[in-house]
Design a protein around this ligand. Structure first.
Ligand code: NAD
Length: 484
């Protein structure tokens, strides 16, 4: 049995927020006991982060921070088998997905180690004897709040650029999935990252998470989670004018034109909704299909999705594990039932399985009206909503006709059309004839209510730096505009 708590000032200890038991979503068996963080732990963690900010960390050469980021990556790699098993048991997701996420987390630390010493800047002359240059300095103490669907990878996306920039952090994972972030904090202490630079507080969103966001000792908030909570975070940051970046929900489409290579488009579109059991912000949860190939695509997609192996997360052959918990599974099922009631057709799945574990089958809902709930709301489970379109103009209108704008994948054999859609679709990432979404070095983030700010790119380092313009008079003419 794992005993988990909070990590503050380089030490793991029990939080003061009461004890909860963590059960494995796939089996219902007890995995860990967790002594949650309380508001007093937030105060202690922010104090530790402020003290660390005033120490050597922010002043150290960036190459030294880069060395420590590489050490974190090495530690992740060395511990990958144990860590992957813990994460799979904690989240219930297939170990093949977890291993891919762990590799991505490792590469994220390596990427930010590579760019740490090269923040962008400006320099120039201003006429006369004036020159200017920009000085970058860390934003300060960052509150970083992450959801349960990719606990380790989201922690890496948040921590790596913040640490590269010389910030210190208080990371709040979802209280259901704290284990990998705590593991990471202990690894940070082990490799020599100074105490107080990385603090981890598993706690519920309210009141403890909001206490962290509103804390006067926090300079910047980086949030990943639902659009509704993102709005609340913005409100909490409004009065003190705190820096904030938001990575929020999505309702991303795979758009399949009749001229696409369907042998590629169909299995890739199956993967792009069902990996992580659809619990992905950028899951392509809408399948938009050109009318002339609609029946063929629905039938072949459904056949392929029906072959997915759902079950034990620790089995290397499993494609989909369980959902995060029974409450979330019931919420997903509610969407499917209402879609059926609204005239769409459930052609695969859609039934609550018996037995232990929060499993839900791969589900295909066809003939979904583009304005209906199933096509508009983020279901966050293994459910795809399929909608036909008549032509390119209608495909773009449907793709853009949601409040989100995180990702879109376009499948077409016409390269000019592919480029046109890349320009016309309102989303932070567009995939042309390939389903993948996130790579270190490539900016990731949302349009519209999917949030603002970008992660994963070299530019994301700037989100953790303040730019100071320094203007220098190099000549000996006095500055005396009043002529005094
Ligand atoms: P959520 O918004 O309920 O919770 C996210 C995190 O915020 C959790 O740690 C939670 O404890 C915390 N939280 C909740 N209320 C808070 C408050 N008032 N103050 C401070 N913290 C608070 O989201 P969720 O359901 O756990 O996660 C799924 C959502 O995350 C989906 O909408 C998904 O699309 C989104 N997501 C987005 C990205 C992205 O990069 N855009 C990535 C992963 C997940």
């Amino acid at each position: 049995m794992i005993e988990a708590g909070v990590h503050i000032g380089g030490e793991t200890r029990r939080g003061a927020g009461g004890e909860v038991e963590l059960a494995e979503p796939a089996t219902g068996e007890q995995l860990a006991t967790l002594a949650l963080a309380a508001e007093s732990d937030v105060d202690a963690a922010v104090d530790a982060a402020r003290a660390a900010l005033a120490g050597e960390w922010a002043r150290a050469p960036a190459t030294e921070r880069a060395r420590l980021l590489h050490a974190l990556a090495d530690g992740l790699r060395a511990g990958r088998n144990d860590l992957a098993a813990v994460e799979a048991r904690n989240v219930g997701k297939a170990i093949s997905s977890v291993k891919a996420e762990l590799a991505a987390a490792t590469e994220t630390f390596r990427f930010y180690a590579s760019v740490a010493a090269a923040p962008s800047g400006r320099t120039g002359t201003l006429g006369g004897s004036l020159t200017h240059y920009s000085l970058k300095q860390p934003v300060g103490v960052c509150a970083q709040i992450v959801p349960w669907n990719y606990p380790l990878m989201m922690a890496a996306w948040k921590l790596a650029p913040a640490l590269a920039a010389g910030c210190t952090t208080v990371l709040k994972p979802d209280p259901r999935t704290p284990l990998s972030a705590l593991w990471l904090a202990e690894l940070a202490a082990e490799v020599g990252i100074p105490a107080g630079v990385v603090n981890v507080l598993p706690a519920p969103g309210t009141p403890v998470g909001s206490h962290l966001v509103a804390h006067p000792g926090v300079d910047k908030v980086a949030f990943t989670g639902s659009t509704a909570t993102g709005g609340e975070i913005m409100r909490l940051c409004a009065d003190p004018i705190k820096r904030v970046t938001l990575e929020l929900g999505g309702k991303s489409p795979s758009i399949v034109f009749a001229d696409a290579d369907l042998d590629e488009a169909i299995p890739a579109s199956v993967w792009s909704i069902y990996y992580s059991a659809g619990q992905s912000c950028e899951a392509r949860s809408r399948l938009l299909v050109e009318a002339s190939v609609y029946d063929e695509v629905v039938s072949r997609f459904t056949e392929a999705a029906g072959r997915l192996k759902v079950g034990d997360p620790l089995d290397a052959e499993t494609h989909m594990g369980s959902l995060i918990d029974a409450g979330h599974r019931d919420r997903v099922h509610g969407y499917v039932e209402r879609a059926g009631g609204a005239g769409a057709e459930v052609v695969l799945g859609g039934e609550l399985p018996d037995g232990a574990g929060a499993f839900y089958p791969a589900t295909v809902v066809a003939n979904v009206d583009a304005g209906s709930e199933a096509a508009q709301e983020e279901i966050f489970g293994p459910v795809v909503a399929v909608t036909p379109f008549a032509d390119e103009r209608e495909a773009v209108a449907i793709a853009n006709g949601v409040r989100y704008g995180l990702m879109a994948t376009v499948w077409t054999g016409d390269p000019n059309r592919a480029q046109r859609l890349a320009r016309r679709i309102d989303a932070g990432t567009i995939g042309l004839n390939m389903p993948y979404t996130a790579f270190p070095g490539v900016a990731f983030g949302g349009f519209k209510q999917s949030g603002f700010g970008r992660e994963l790119s070299a530019g994301a380092l700037e989100e953790y730096l303040e730019e100071k313009s320094v203007i220098v008079a190099a000549g000996n003419r006095p500055s005396n505009p009043f002529g005094l």
